[in-house]
Design a binder for this molecule. Structure first.
Ligand code: ADP
Ligand code: MG
Length: 265
């Protein structure tokens, strides 16, 4: 393990030469899977150059928002987002994020899944009923799992506009990770998620304590780091969302016309 000149140890995430080994073809932007030569490290790499411009996110870069979201997840102490950095890669600067190994064919429903309407599994919450392409009624459900709940609270703070089912990964290490935070942290309300199962329910004291500490830390060094990727208005809005959660510690209910991302996975 190398030590960088700022004293942070680095197993290659920050500095190793990356080789592209594949592309995620379902992705909306250029999303590449890379390995670090000799370091046994696998990462996701999204070059800034591969970003499709979005009219409603004109400031900064999607890669920068991914890094800012990671910094928030770390500062609050929840570790929901795999380590993410902004660095050079084979196609120029981009975001580089640790790859999370998941069980391929785990038995039972996924953390977020579609099931027949009369078969919502034990320990799951129903979000929505719809018809599948064959015209059969199905339920969009997610696990009533504290690891996923914490991710849902983080999404409220991040103002995540794109929490799809496929963006919640259960790692082989037993932790639940969130990925794809390119359209987070806008200053205007944009929460769009599949995790509405806790809407209107109280947020527990443990999470509120973490949010309290986070809000206090924001004007300091954390805010300075976020300012590399976000506008001042966006950082203020993050603080406002944190304070609003402390004043009314309840999971929001969907209010927008399109509260669920499409496609949902
Ligand atoms: N860090 C990661 N570890 C493991 N799989 C990942 C990771 N990041 C993305 N993926 C997989 O790649 C897919 C596409 O990545 P995503 O971040 O959603 O790209 P895009 O921004 O192009 O939509 C995800 O749905 C997930 O299955
Ligand atoms: Mg995606």
């Amino acid at each position: 393990m190398k030590s960088r000149n700022d004293g942070v140890s680095d197993d290659g995430l920050h500095t190793a030469e990356l080789t592209v080994i594949g592309q995620v073809t379902t992705a909306s932007n250029v999303t590449l899977v890379c390995e670090a030569d000799g370091a046994g490290l696998r990462v996701v790499y999204k070059p800034v150059r591969g970003e499709r411009p979005l009219w409603d996110f004109p400031d900064g870069t999607l890669a920068g928002r991914e890094v800012a979201s990671y910094l928030v997840s770390e500062a609050i102490g929840w570790g929901v987002i795999p380590e993410t950095v902004l660095r050079e890669g084979p196609f120029g600067p981009g975001m580089v994020q640790r790859w999370i190994d998941t069980a391929e064919d785990a038995p039972g429903p996924d953390l977020v899944d579609l099931v027949p309407v009369d078969a919502v599994p034990e320990g799951y919450r129903e979000v929505l009923r719809a018809l599948d392409p064959g015209g059969h009624p199905v339920s969009l459900v997610h696990a009533d799992d504290p690891r996923l709940h914490r991710m849902a609270v983080l999404d409220v703070l991040l103002n995540n506009a794109d929490r799809k089912g496929g963006h919640a990964l259960e790692g082989l290490d037993g932790r639940v990770y969130g990925v794809d935070h390119g359209i987070c942290l806008h200053s205007e309300p944009k929460l769009r998620t599949v995790l509405w199962g806790w809407a209107g329910e109280p947020i527990g004291d443990e999470l509120l304590t973490d949010i309290t500490v986070f809000v206090k830390a924001l004007p300091g060094e954390l805010g300075d780091r976020l300012a590399e990727f976000l506008t001042d208005t966006e950082i203020d809005a993050l603080e406002t969302r944190g304070r609003a959660l402390l004043e009314e510690p309840v999971m929001p209910r969907p209010v927008s016309q399109r509260p669920i991302p499409w496609p949902a996975f």
